[in-house]
Write a protein that binds this ligand. Structure first.
Ligand code: KE4
Length: 432
């Protein structure tokens, strides 16, 4: 395998300029290549399973814009939908028909969602779920799980307290300790910890929020019965169960993890895919809870561009295409095939490797232990990811620039493209 020259001069020039104008040179930290070293390339355009850098390099994309691009980039159906909306105007600040159409789609796709409100990001969706749960229950405490990321919400950028059951400390500057102290951070998949938390604080817990398939610190699948346990405890203590399905909604299955696992949360946060590549988030759930939102109820939530016609036109096209194609089994099978070859190469090389997978989402964690908790991920040999990342990038494959982020495929990742990517990743494993 010849190692292609890694042309980056145009990106390098632009990054130098960006660093003077934008904090860290990026509008979102993970894009800065901080954990893999080097500096990011700038993307000129994207089509199907590939992105093309401003240096003219075409890369097979396993980031897919961090999840939205489940149909690959610039799918004609989505482009046409955006163009149809565009000629009618970009933003009205009044109700528009797309909002009702999207609400119908979401409430029909996800039966736990009786009412839904559109916002502009996953962060807004989870932030609104937290405020709504607190307003509805008139309680303040929140339970989240270590390793789950829910966007940059003050209440949720919290790291575990000193003891397993002490309330949290800020996980970012700028968050008052008093604020973080209302959030309890527990180990995911720890049945005893969640039981004890409710015994000790149940009457004060407004909500439990989790990614039902945590995908922001590698991919950690729930142990059998764990999601049910959370459901039962929330029922028993009158707390709101919130599923953050910003990644998994319409990605793992058309109805998300909750359909696959047959669990009904009280509120769900959505994002990414439902925007078809444009900025969208949504949150919804039981009407009894959602009706507490302004203007109907006392919990305030608003947004200038919420329900934006362009963004919803793109999202409606993307979700309708999923309903028509129902690509989930094919997406899962294709990743399973890729995974098999990579595991075989690692085994031949004597490198312990786990590849947790959920449909078209997977990650490579260098450890011999099956991944059951955040500790299993942090204890892994993340140092092996960096050389693999750069080998792949040099040879035309863009993996997420962090050992803790997951890879995404799309319906545009056809057999030929996946074979080519497999060859590069396998060679990269063998070169470790
Ligand atoms: P946004 O505010 O970035 O649209 O969504 C926040 C969010 C909420 N919930 C989950 C489960 C998420 O994964 C995210 C955002 N995901 C990250 C990557 N895993 C977005 C990439 C970035 O931060 O640039």
């Amino acid at each position: 395998m010849t190692v292609l020259l890694y042309k980056m001069n145009e990106s390098e020039k632009l990054f130098k300029k960006a660093l003077k104008l934008i904090p860290g040179g990026v509008n979102s930290p993970v894009r800065a290549f901080g954990s893999v070293g080097g500096h990011p390339f700038f993307t000129e355009k994207a089509k199907n399973a590939s992105i093309t850098t401003i240096d003219g390099r075409e890369l097979i994309d396993f980031v897919c814009s961090w999840g939205p691009a489940i149909h690959g980039h610039n799918h004609p159906t989505i482009l046409n939908a955006i163009n149809d909306a565009l000629v009618k105007g970009t933003s009205f600040g009044t109700p528009n028909p797309y909002e009702v159409e999207m609400a119908e789609i979401i409430t029909q796709a996800i039966s736990s969602i009786e009412k839904v409100r559109m916002v502009n990001s996953g962060t807004e969706a989870t932030m609104s779920c937290i405020r709504l749960a607190r307003g509805y229950t008139q309680r303040d405490k929140i339970v989240k799980f270590a390793g789950c990321y829910h966007g940059h919400v003050d209440s949720l950028l919290v790291k575990a307290g000193s003891g397993a059951l002490t309330f949290g400390n800020p996980d970012s500057a700028g968050i008052p300790k008093s604020y973080a102290g209302e959030t309890l951070v527990l180990p995911f998949n720890d049945f005893d910890a969640i039981e004890l938390a409710f015994i000790n604080h149940g009457e004060k817990i407004a909500a439990v929020i989790l990614e039902p398939y945590p995908a922001n610190n590698g991919l950690i699948l729930p142990q059998p019965g764990f999601l049910n346990k959370l459901r039962n405890l929330c029922d028993k203590y009158g707390s709101v169960l919130i599923f953050d399905e910003v990644i998994s909604g319409f990605r793992i299955s058309y109805g998300g993890v909750q359909e696959k696992e047959n669990i009904k949360p009280d509120l769900t946060a959505l994002g990414k895919i439902i925007g078809g590549g444009l900025p969208v988030g949504a949150f919804g759930g039981k009407a009894e809870i959602m009706d507490n939102l302004a203007p109907q109820g006392p919990v305030y939530q608003a947004g200038t561009l919420s329900g934006n016609p362009l963004a919803l036109a793109a999202g409606i096209a993307a979700v309708n295409l999923l309903k028509i194609l129902n690509p989930y089994d094919n997406l899962e099978r294709a990743v399973k095939k890729l995974k098999g070859y990579i595991l075989e190469a690692a085994d031949e090389k004597g490198i312990p490797l786990q590849i947790p997978q959920a449909g078209s989402v997977f990650c490579m964690i260098f450890t011999e232990k099956p991944i059951k908790s955040l500790n299993d991920v942090t204890a892994s040999n993340t140092g092996l990811f960096k050389p693999l990342f750069h080998y792949a990038l040099t040879n035309g494959v863009y993996l997420p620039p962090s050992a803790y982020e997951v890879c995404f495929t799309s319906t545009a990742h056809n057999e030929e493209i996946l074979e080519k990517a497999t060859e590069v990743i396998v060679a990269g494993i063998k070169a470790l």
